[in-house]
Design a protein around this ligand. Structure first.
Ligand SMILES: [Zn+2]
Length: 257
């Protein structure tokens, strides 16, 4: 019997990289992957019948620590002065979607008539994105230059969604809505999502191939990655979609009523 932890550790996978190889358990060709993400070692096998997977911490070498790129935090981001915290112009729009304006800290872009979602990093506003209330193009406007996702909620399960409205709708004590705000999954998104033990990908129904691609990429960063096949975008709260989401939610964390 092979000690999988010892096996994975002796591979000395460099920080920030992934190694693919023949699975030491089921012996399938190149189905086994090991990722070192800042000293957090994650391994799993892509073969459905093989259950090998795990997570452990390893020490980084002095050189690896020197080479760590400090994420580019946009420390100097300041809300443009035409974005104001006044709620009266965004109340109707927020109510239409059932968004909690105060919890989301929504603001208003006076110039372009947009609802502004602040993007926070550890509670600090580092960027913002605004949705046109009048459906003018572009529908969404990014005000800063961070590449962080928008997130909302304080649960232990990440729900990866398309936009801030869906993230605001689904964010709760159980789920953290994470909006990727674009077509691809960036490294900063993966790093952000690696703090969760479960990620459920819930993109638009017509984006199923994208969901599968996201899931594949995320599996080396998050232990448990699932895909929710939606009837409609989560922001429309279709009964069937919420039901299916509950089915995918680990039992011990089900609090949604
Ligand atoms: Zn295997």
């Amino acid at each position: 019997m092979i000690n999988i932890y010892e096996y994975v550790k002796q591979l000395n996978v460099e920080n920030g990289t992934t190694q693919r190889m023949t699975c030491p358990m089921c012996k399938s060709y190149k189905t086994f992957s090991v990722t070192n993400n800042m000293g957090s070692l994650l391994w799993n096998c892509y073969k459905a019948s093989c259950l090998v997977k795990g997570k452990s911490r390893v020490h980084l070498s002095a050189e690896e620590i020197r080479n760590i790129k400090v994420p580019q935090v946009v420390a100097d981001f300041e809300m443009p002065e035409y974005i104001v915290p006044h709620k009266e112009n965004i109340t109707d729009w927020s109510n239409k979607w059932g968004l909690d304006m105060d919890a989301l800290d929504l603001q208003y872009d006076v110039k372009e008539h947009r609802v502004v979602f602040p993007i926070k990093d550890n509670g600090r506003i580092v960027d913002a994105t605004g949705r046109s209330i009048l459906n003018r193009l572009p529908k969404w406007k990014r005000y800063g230059s961070s590449d962080l996702p928008f997130s909302f909620g304080c649960g232990s399960i990440a729900i990866v969604v398309e936009d801030c409205i869906s993230a605001g709708v689904i964010g709760s004590d159980v789920y953290v809505g994470v909006a990727v705000l674009g077509t691809s999954l960036l490294d900063s998104h993966k790093t952000f999502l690696s703090q969760f033990s479960t990620a459920i990908i819930a993109l638009d129904p017509d984006a199923l191939p994208k969901s599968f691609a996201f899931a594949k990429e995320l599996r080396s960063h998050v232990k448990d990655v699932k895909i929710l096949k939606l009837k409609d975008d989560l922001k429309y709260r279709k009964k069937e979609d919420i039901h299916n989401l509950k089915l995918l939610t680990p039992k011990e964390t089900q609090l949604w009523n």
